[in-house]
Design a protein around this ligand. Structure first.
Ligand SMILES: Nc1ncnc2c1ncn2[C@@H]1O[C@H](COP(=O)(O)OP(=O)(O)OP(=O)(O)O)[C@@H](O)[C@H]1O
Ligand SMILES: [Mg+2]
Length: 220
């Protein structure tokens, strides 16, 4: 469903990506590893439209999307989470999901019953029902990670790009995220995640990729 061909990215004179080739098939979980600063997040930024590649082709569902703005890429079915969360910290957990569902700022007063039901379903899926009325800034870090994945689910994406889902979180929430990723795969979603945690990688990944000197090497 996603194909990257010969992706290059330079920042000024610094070459970060040096000819990345990758094909993702529907319904699989791919994990991307690699050292600090090796270009993993840059690659997610390129796929999601936040950065344009210096060179190369990004094809999603047969369309060339390398020059699309993030909102257009998102509409086509690619959702993402950020390494630094980027939640609306002053809004409640419930409102964060609703916001992601509606993809606009001013819908709260007019949320339809169907939307409210969908938000409740997603809250249940990411184990945050009991936290629904708390501010996103006041729940634990692990719960915030679950919430970012919840926002991604609300986006109704077919391809989820997840940047370091379990980095720095406790065992209990890691287990929840493992089960969640497996369940998403079961429902036909495709996942490209960046992660280093060996137990997590083992428990979730169909394929393991390594970013090395600006290219991707397939390890499994
Ligand atoms: N917008 C930008 N402008 C300039 N340089 C950038 C930009 N984004 C990333 N870089 C540089 O590109 C390199 C790759 O960064 P990137 O964030 O993709 O690495 P990463 O593999 O995700 O690392 P980490 O494991 O630390 O998250 C780094 O040297 C970084 O400083
Ligand atoms: Mg990164």
């Amino acid at each position: 469903m996603l194909e990257l061909r010969n992706i290059h990215k330079k920042f000024g004179d610094v070459r970060v990506l040096n000819g990345v080739n990758l094909r993702l098939e529907k319904g699989f979980v791919y994990t991307l590893k690699g050292g600090n600063g090796s270009g993993k997040t840059t690659l997610l930024n390129i796929i999601s439209g936040f950065l344009a590649p210096t060179e190369g082709v990004v094809k999603f569902k047969g369309k060339k999307i390398a020059k699309f703005a993030p909102y257009r890429v998102n509409r086509l079915g690619i959702g993402r989470t950020f390494q630094d969360l980027r939640l609306a910290m002053q809004m409640t957990v419930y409102e964060n999901i609703l916001l992601a569902l509606e993809k606009k700022m001013f819908g709260f007063a007019t949320a339809e019953d169907a939307e409210k039901n969908r938000v409740n379903e997603i809250l249940e899926q990411v184990s945050l029902t009991e936290k629904r009325n708390e501010l996103a800034g006041e729940i634990s870090y692990g719960q915030q990670k679950l919430l970012t994945i919840g926002c991604c689910i609300a986006n109704n994406a077919d391809l989820l790009l997840i940047d370091e889902p379990v980095a720095g979180i406790d065992k209990d929430n890691m287990l929840k995220i493992i089960l969640l990723v497996r369940q998403l795969k079961q429902s036909g979603k495709t996942i490209l995640q960046i992660e280093h945690n060996p137990a997590y990688i083992e428990a979730t990944s169909d394929s393991v990729l390594q970013m090395e000197k600006g290219v991707i090497v397939c390890l499994k």
